[in-house]
Design a protein around this ligand. Structure first.
Ligand code: HEC
Length: 131
């Protein structure tokens, strides 16, 4: 367990150190957070889920303002900034739902909230990447 934590901290600090802007930093935190949450669910490790949750919350907070998001959208998708922003709002809601369900030991509902976060990631990426 300790070793896993050290490794995760190592990977995280490397990815954050190389992040030179708010988008990269935010995405790296959320990516690491989602990985930890998934590993936590797979291994029934609630502490790891909570660690990941904090990273997703903090990373999302850096990239949830419309004025920030629009800078990273391609010209012909900028009109969809509200839809993109809604995905960040959806992540705020989902992380709260996930946490409440963890507190109540409703792990299946917590895992569903994790899935919905993943959907929100994809939804915004589909817009900015013109998928
Ligand atoms: C509000 C929009 C939005 C949301 C929500 C979002 N992303 Fe991103 N993401 C972006 C943008 C913009 C980029 C940069 C453009 C690209 O990679 O095509 C990006 C890129 C990334 C990258 C590549 C970063 C890099 O350094 O190239 C990762 C990893 C990533 N996102 C992870 C996530 C994860 C995990 C989530 C969900 C927890 C998420 N993103 C949610 C907008 C978003």
């Amino acid at each position: 367990m300790k070793l896993t934590k050290l490794m995760l901290a190592g990977i995280l600090s490397v990815s954050i150190a190389s992040a030179n802007d708010v988008m990269k930093k935010s995405m790296a935190m959320m990516e690491q957070g989602m990985t930890s949450i998934q590993t936590g669910f797979m291994h029934n490790n609630e502490a790891l889920i909570r660690e990941g949750l904090k990273l997703v919350k903090d990373g999302n907070a850096m990239f949830s303002d419309k004025k920030v998001i629009v800078n990273y959208m391609p010209e012909k998708r900028k009109h969809m900034v509200n839809v993109a922003e809604n995905q960040a709002k959806r992540i705020i809601l989902d992380t709260n739902v996930l946490e409440i369900n963890l507190d109540q030991k409703s792990y299946v509902d917590a895992a569903n909230a994790y899935s919905d976060i993943l959907n929100a990631c994809s939804r915004c990426h589909a817009i900015v990447r013109e998928w």
